[in-house]
Ligand binder design. Structure first.
Ligand code: HEC
Length: 125
């Protein structure tokens, strides 16, 4: 009985840890790689994160579709596959930054899961 409970709580702790670390990695990579150009809530030299997140969630409401499309677009920015042509007209096409698609899946998953208008993990201020 005791052993069983210990095993259960260890399993739960491990599950929690693995989930937390996945979120942290996405957050870390996002804040290190995207926010240099994309401010979270303000459009300056590139569309605000809340702006492109909104466009993408409208076009791809399902998390896996959102991640798939955004990751491959960011890996290979192209006006032909852009869903924000007006942003390209305004700022010029996003440069290709040579990100790994697996890394981009962590980043875009974090973007999907995060409401940037509220306090959130890894926010620098
Ligand atoms: C060097 C500056 C720069 C960096 C770094 C950058 N972006 Fe961009 N990004 C832009 C600009 C400028 C645009 C607007 C023009 C466009 O859509 O191509 C853009 C557009 C986008 C779009 C809209 C795509 C569309 O459909 O047109 C997405 C999504 C995006 N960026 C995601 C990211 C993510 C995620 C990261 C980090 C991994 C990132 N960007 C890093 C400059 C940057």
């Amino acid at each position: 009985m005791q052993k069983n409970n210990l095993l259960k709580s260890t399993t739960i702790a491990l599950l929690l840890c693995s989930q937390l670390s996945a979120v942290s990695l996405g957050s870390l990579l996002f804040h290190g790689n995207c926010t240099t150009c994309h401010f979270e809530t303000k459009t300056v030299s590139a569309p605000a994160v809340i702006d492109f997140r909104e466009h993408y969630i409208t076009a791809f409401p399902k998390r896996e579709d959102f991640i798939k499309y955004m990751s491959s677009w960011v890996a290979n920015p192209d006006a032909k596959t852009s869903i924000m042509l007006q942003a390209i007209e305004k700022h010029g096409l996003m440069p290709q930054l040579g990100f790994d698609e697996e890394v981009l899946k962590d980043i875009t998953g974090f973007i999907y899961d995060t409401d940037f208008t509220k306090e959130h993990e890894g926010h620098p201020h």
